[in-house]
Design a protein around this ligand. Structure first.
Ligand SMILES: Cc1ncc(COP(=O)(O)O)c(C=O)c1O
Length: 376
């Protein structure tokens, strides 16, 4: 069994991928070829915003978004400690201080009720992460931010395609950032990412930043990066985007099936707690793309190795909250983010991709039930 089965997906899209790659090989515009604008237009339409800017990775998307907002030394940026390193890393790389605010125990996303106390006059942005494919509570976060006139950047690296109150992830705040890392819900065959915004000035700034701060050829009004999305990756993403809405539906169905089968065995949701296995809680008016299907289990490492011995690959996203990482020695003490510490010790991601069959899901659930003691 595969944790993520990219080969099964390739079988569905092979002719289109090959035709699109051939077209790039024929025109030869490997940097900023026509596929970039075509993809950006389709992605902006999908999200429902005016501008999409393709970038070389999700990490570069976060970096370019924060550079466009002129975040730098002396600034503070509020984010969650329970995320992939890139979120906090790009804040610190710009010389700003990541201020880690704890998560909600049910959704694992930034807890909006803790935000107000973390805001200072130095706060330059709030970067919620829509973890595992479910959007953070963007309206609640947005209203605290609006009261202080602080911009919000959604790190939607894991949630591209998810909805929140009927709107799409990455279109829920001033700037949304996503990743096209191969394992992501919309993944390329290499690195890639994008920023989304309705703000014309920020879109222009991000376009310049991704191309060495250049506004016209060899004229550089600002500092930038070599942060362009690759034409070949854009061509592959165009093929994948054609089947993406269907894959989003399949992901939701497979996530729901996992939850249903685990519940039948006695699991409860992460909101309820109290049993050895907790399924992911979906907040009202949200859909998840299940970038990960992540459960909580007691004695996680033992359960993971028992599953591994039974041929079920698992992963831990993420074992160490960012404020406990050695690279952030000055950050908020771990004692002040107890939920992140607890959840980091309990989460376990199960195999998840749109081509997982009912039989495979049942098999994983049966083995989780034995390994985690649900059947006792
Ligand atoms: C939450 C989060 N933020 C940022 C990133 C960075 O994306 P990339 O790997 O495309 O640079 C990732 C992906 O790994 C992620 O999961």
């Amino acid at each position: 069994m595969q944790f993520i089965d990219l080969k099964a997906q390739y079988q569905v899209i092979e002719p289109d991928v090959r035709a699109r790659i051939d077209r790039v090989l024929a025109h030869g515009q490997y940097i900023m070829g026509p596929e970039i604008a075509e993809l950006e237009q389709q992605l902006a339409g999908f999200v429902g915003v005016r501008h999409c800017i393709g970038l070389a990775s999700g990490t570069d998307a976060l970096l370019a978004a924060m550079m466009a907002l002129e975040i730098g030394p002396g600034d503070e940026v509020i984010t969650t400690p329970f995320t992939f390193i890139a979120t906090g890393e790009m804040i610190a790389l710009l010389g700003a201080v990541p201020v880690f605010v704890d998560i909600d125990l049910a959704t694992y996303n930034l807890n909006p009720s803790l935000l107000e106390a973390a805001v200072t006059e130095r706060t330059k942005a709030i970067v919620p992460v829509s973890l595992y494919g479910q959007c953070a509570d963007m309206d609640a976060i947005g209203s605290v931010a609006a009261a202080h006139e602080i911009p919000v950047i959604e790190d939607g690296a894991q949630s591209f395609g998810a909805t929140y109150k009927g709107r799409r992830s990455c279109g829920l705040s001033l700037i949304g950032c996503t990743s096209f890392f191969p394992a992501k819900p919309l993944g390329a065959y290499g690195d890639g990412g994008a920023c989304f915004t309705d703000h014309d000035g920020l879109a222009k700034a991000i376009r310049e930043i991704r191309n060495h701060g250049q506004d016209r050829r060899y004229h550089h009004p600002r500092l930038g990066l070599n942060g362009r999305l690759d034409t070949l990756q854009a061509a592959i993403l165009l093929a994948k985007l054609a089947i993406f809405p269907r894959e989003v539906e399949l992901r939701a169905q497979i996530g729901a099936r996992y939850t249903q089968l685990l519940t039948e065995r006695g699991a409860r949701t992460s909101r309820e707690g109290g049993v050895p296995v907790l399924t992911p809680y979906l907040a009202p008016e949200t859909t998840s793309v299940y970038a990960q299907y992540t459960i909580q289990v007691e004695d996680r490492d033992r359960v993971a190795s028992a599953l591994g011995e039974n041929g079920i690959p698992t992963a831990v996203h993420y074992p160490v909250p960012l404020n406990e990482q050695p690279v952030f020695p000055q950050s908020v003490s771990a004692r002040r983010t107890p939920n992140s510490a607890t959840i980091a010790s309990r989460v376990l991601s199960l195999p998840m991709h749109p081509y997982l069959t009912d039989d495979l899901v049942s098999d994983v659930v049966a083995k989780v039930a034995v390994a985690a003691g649900l059947d006792r």
